[in-house]
Structures are given as structure tokens and as C-alpha cells.
Design a protein around this ligand. Structure first.
Ligand code: OFO
Length: 178
């Protein structure tokens, strides 16, 4: 079983991960519109990864005999002034998600819920990657912001992201490294 306090916080986290999916999907559309297909591809991979994150919590709640309660997703941005602004938003969003995972870890410790430790430690590590990746692109983009050539080079680099996981609903996909 799972304590109500943890269950509620994990249900909240499903919402946050789905919002991440939704935000990055919105960025896919934005980057395609800007002609930056490499960035769109990177964000498409990222959106897929976020759906897997949501499903990790989804299945954890079910596996522990508790109840998944899906919530409304908040209204999201659909456009950005510049590609840099979009990447800065992505970095800020990942910091927000790190805060949520930290809080979930705090609650699980207060409630002596040791069974949550493996999944939460996976997410704590994952957030290091998530912040690092988005911060790096935002920083590099800031350096080349005035150069169309620089932006195009970065776009080509981001087109090379490989995402090997299959369906978000396939549990074997969850074990794939971030
Ligand atoms: Fe789920 O890590 Fe990004 O948001």
C-alpha cells in the first residue's frame, strides 16, 4: 500500500510530467514553424521521454495497489519571441520539476516510505541530466544568438539526438537510460 500523502503527491507529479510533455510538444510545433527542424526533433524526443516519466509514476501507484487520479493540465504557452526564450523556458521548467521531485523525496522520508526510494532516486538523477541538457543549449544559443549561421549549426547538432525507447506504455522502455 501507499500512504495517501505520498499517493497524492505522486498523482500531482503525474500532472507535472504530463505538463512537461505538453510544453515540449508545443515547442516542437514552434520550432518547426521557425524552420528549426533539429530543435523540433530534440523536443519531440524530450516530449516522448516526459510521457515515459509520467507513466513511471502512473505504474508505481498502480503496482502499490493505490489509485491514479488524473488532473487538469494548465494552459501552456504556444509561442516564444525567440528560440533562446524557448530554451530558457525549458531550463526554468526543469528547475521547477527538480523542486517537485525534491519535495516528493522529502515527503517520502517524512512518511518513512522506503519503497519509494528507488523510483525517487532514479528521478533525482534524471533531473541532473534534464537541467544540464537544457541549460547547455540555452547557454550556447545565447552565445550565437545574433548569428543565423550559429543557430543553424546548433540546430543540426540537436537533430542528431537519438531516442531509442519504444512506446511510452511499454514498461521495458522505462529502463532506457535518459
Ligand atoms: Fe520529467 O523531466 Fe523533464 O520535465
Amino acid at each position: 500500500m501507499i500512504e495517501k500523502k505520498i499517493r497524492d503527491a505522486m498523482n500531482d507529479q503525474i500532472k507535472h510530467e504530463l505538463e512537461s510533455f505538453y510544453i515540449y510538444l508545443s515547442m516542437v510545433a514552434y520550432f518547426h514553424k521557425q524552420g528549426l527542424d533539429g530543435m523540433a526533433h530534440w523536443m519531440r524526443c524530450q516530449a516522448h521521454e516526459e510521457m515515459i516519466h509520467a507513466m513511471k509514476f502512473f505504474d508505481h501507484i498502480i503496482d502499490r495497489g493505490s489509485t491514479v487520479i488524473l488532473q487538469d493540465l494548465k494552459q501552456i504557452k504556444t509561442t516564444w519571441k525567440t528560440p533562446l526564450e524557448a530554451w530558457q523556458d525549458a531550463y526554468e521548467h526543469e528547475k521547477f520539476i527538480t523542486g517537485k521531485i525534491n519535495n516528493l523525496t522529502k515527503i517520502s522520508r517524512e512518511e518513512n516510505d522506503y519503497t519509494s526510494e528507488p523510483i525517487l532516486s532514479w528521478f533525482l538523477n534524471e533531473q541532473i541530466e534534464e537541467e544540464k541538457n537544457t541549460e547547455k543549449v540555452a547557454r550556447e544559443l545565447a552565445l550565437v544568438e545574433k548569428s543565423k549561421q550559429g543557430i543553424l549549426m546548433l540546430d543540426r547538432e540537436l537533430a542528431a539526438r537519438v531516442f531509442v525507447a519504444g512506446s511510452s506504455f511499454d514498461p521495458t522502455a522505462y529502463n532506457v537510460a535518459p
